[in-house]
Design a protein around this ligand. Structure first.
Ligand SMILES: Cc1ncc(COP(=O)(O)O)c(C=O)c1O
Length: 463
């Protein structure tokens, strides 16, 4: 018999609780999806409905497409639960959360070798996208100030970057009406070319973006060489162009695994750096960070002052309300792991990425684009004509639960289809071997599919 709603509504509340969960009315009839019902339901019932729907999502631990942390320690989770109710923007009510944010900015500025004689400043954001917006805005405002002093027009700013930038930079240019000037991919170069970047600069250039950990293939961009080309440009044409480093992923890898690589504030032209705390900062989403080498890099116009402990505190993020949890979890990681812990985790990720890439290369039809020795991310393509495409391989892996996206490289190498794996903390050697087993099984499957019609176009994966 289909249960009538009235039967239930007339029951006393205590009896509704006694009814076994999946025998309750709300679980035996349609779920209100696009309009709010008049009546309430028991908390447990609502919980089961939603958590059951979410079973249909992919398993985040098998999501090798995302850069975002999918595992944290139980103590960190507990701390996040404890602090979800604190709005980090209420600096006056929650001064200790503000203090913890401040400590994190200092720790990160030190990791990136901010010069001691300067006054580095920074803040947390909801992620790297917001942090990149802030870095770009600071460039635009600084450039405008400079042009105004020279009595020159300020209506045609441009920004130089590789075509491999993450979509947040396209957004930044569109929202803030800046002409994006791209260094396109060429042959086997999928990242910025320092010489070409310098050639694109003129007096309307607000800055150059370099990426530490290209989203497409995990490679570091040559920040120092870009800086050297810009030094030459300054000598020749008098143009002083700043660099912002988008270290969304590499900001927490390079300091631990490549301490001698010059990409951070040791390079004088680098004025600001962003990172995602929720990527290799090892925190659940969403938290990002931006640091400027000196407070002078941030135009006064972009700073707003809020009350803080009876005094004034500078804020310059775009977003306002946000839970304090991710900031506390970031500080938890800094305390809990220390440099040694971060180094061990990132090295393990790199080792596993390099193990996986070398095994994939040995399988036969694949050619590596990168091997995972920068950020622990690597991409490969097909080196020979096969009866399947990488889109087919991605679909087939999905049958086993793995998310390993296939996509086109950026212009002018859109002809090249690659597949990419992001190795993150808690992707163990054992899981890596299971993935390899499934890849081999799939190769065998395709080998037996004579006449298989391969997919030439896939759903375009958004970076
Ligand atoms: C290089 C780069 N910049 C920016 C972003 C955007 O980061 P978020 O997701 O933290 O906003 C990403 C994300 O993958 C990225 O790889």
């Amino acid at each position: 018999m289909i249960f009538k709603k009235e039967h239930l509504e007339n029951l006393p509340e205590t009896e509704k609780v006694i009814i076994p969960v999946y025998a309750r009315h709300a679980l035996k009839t349609h779920v209100p999806k696009y309009e709010m019902e008049e009546n309430s339901m028991l908390p447990r019932t609502a919980y089961e409905i939603i958590s059951d729907e979410l079973i249909l999502d992919g398993n985040s631990r098998l999501n090798l497409a995302t850069f975002v942390s999918t595992w944290m320690e139980p103590e960190a989770k507990q701390l996040m639960m404890d602090t979800l109710d604190k709005n980090m923007i209420d600096k006056d009510e929650y001064p200790q959360t503000a203090e913890i944010e401040n400590r994190c900015v200092n720790i990160i500025a030190n990791l990136w070798n901010a010069p001691e004689e300067l006054d580095a400043m920074g803040c947390s954001t909801i992620g790297s996208s917001e942090a990149c917006m802030l870095g770009g805005m600071a460039f635009k405002w600084k450039w405008k100030e400079k042009m105004k002093k020279l009595n020159k027009p300020t209506d045609k700013p441009n920004l130089i970057m590789g075509k491999n930038v993450q979509v947040c930079w396209d957004k930044f240019c569109r929202y803030w009406e800046i002409e994006p000037r791209f260094v396109y991919c060429e042959g086997d170069r999928f990242t910025i070319d320092p010489k070409k970047a310098a050639e694109l600069c003129d007096e309307n250039t607000i800055g150059v973006v370099c990426i530490m950990g290209s989203t497409f293939d995990g490679s570091y961009e040559p920040v120092l060489r870009v800086s050297e080309e810009l030094d030459k440009l300054q000598e020749e044409k008098g143009l002083d162009i700043p660099i912002h480093v988008d270290a969304a992923s590499g900001g927490f890898i390079a300091p631990f695994l490549d301490p001698d690589l010059l990409w951070d504030f040791r390079v004088k032209r680098v004025k600001s750096i962003n990172t995602s705390g929720h990527k290799y900062g090892l925190v659940y989403p969403g938290v990002g960070w931006i640091v400027w080498r000196d407070k002078d890099e941030l135009a006064e116009d972009l700073i707003f002052y809020v009350d803080y402990l009876g005094g004034k505190m500078a804020t310059f993020a775009i977003n306002f309300s946000r839970p304090g949890s991710q900031i506390c979890a970031q500080y938890y990681n800094f305390l809990r792991l220390g440099k040694k812990g971060y180094r061990e985790i990132q090295q393990t990720c790199r080792d596993i990425a390099m193990y996986l890439s070398s095994e994939i290369e040995k399988m036969g039809p694949f050619k590596l684009i990168t091997k995972g020795d920068n950020i622990p991310v690597f991409a490969w393509t097909l080196k020979e004509e096969t009866n399947f495409s990488l889109y087919d391989m991605a679909d087939k892996l999905r049958e086993h639960g793995w998310l390993v996206p296939a996509y086109k490289m950026p212009a002018n190498r859109e002809d090249l289809i690659v597949q990419r794996i992001v190795v993150k903390n808690a992707f163990s050697y054992d899981l890596a071997n299971m993935l390899l087993k499934d890849l081999r099984k799939n190769l065998e499957f395709f080998a037996h599919q004579k006449g298989f019609i391969k997919k030439e176009e896939g759903h375009q994966f958004r970076h």
